[in-house]
Design a protein around this ligand. Structure first.
Ligand code: ZN
Length: 141
């Protein structure tokens, strides 16, 4: 069950609304996946909420995708294989596919985090190598 709603779509974009992130546990079982709704072709992005003082119940690895975790709130620990690091708002972790990962939120607030999943070694160009500056008229004015 997801609360992700498509709000607009054009030839070159899809816009969705996930609602209030803090409400994800009630509306989407704590996790909202965006690939299907946004029609993304190179990444799976999810937003998750781990309740206060809660461990993520499973450890996992991946077959071919690396994951980047971006912590937006909460504090806790993130374990990869035999290492454990402190995490809090602003922490960013990239985990290789084979890394056995798990995490805990040891704080009294929800841990809200983004996970970006993409095929390891698939990015060939990025930022200004891939960006193209063009003239356009802002429609918001
Ligand atoms: Zn994963």
């Amino acid at each position: 069950m997801s609360n992700v709603k498509k709000v607009a779509e054009g030839t070159n974009f899809t816009a969705v609304d996930m609602g209030k992130l803090a409400l994800l546990p009630e509306t989407a079982n704590g996790k909202a996946f965006l690939k299907e709704m946004t029609k993304a072709t190179g990444t799976e992005i999810s937003l998750s909420v781990l309740p206060a003082r809660t461990d993520l119940p499973i450890f996992h690895s991946h077959k071919q995708n690396e994951e980047t975790y971006i912590i937006l709130s909460g504090e806790g620990k993130f374990q990869v294989d035999d290492q454990c690091v402190d995490i809090a708002e602003g922490s960013v972790l990239r985990v290789a596919p084979a890394g056995l990962r798990g995490m805990t939120n040891s704080s009294d607030e929800q841990m809200i985090y983004i996970v970006i999943q993409s095929k390891e070694n698939s990015l060939e160009q990025y930022s200004m190598e891939d960006g193209v500056l063009l003239e356009a008229t802002p429609l918001w004015k």
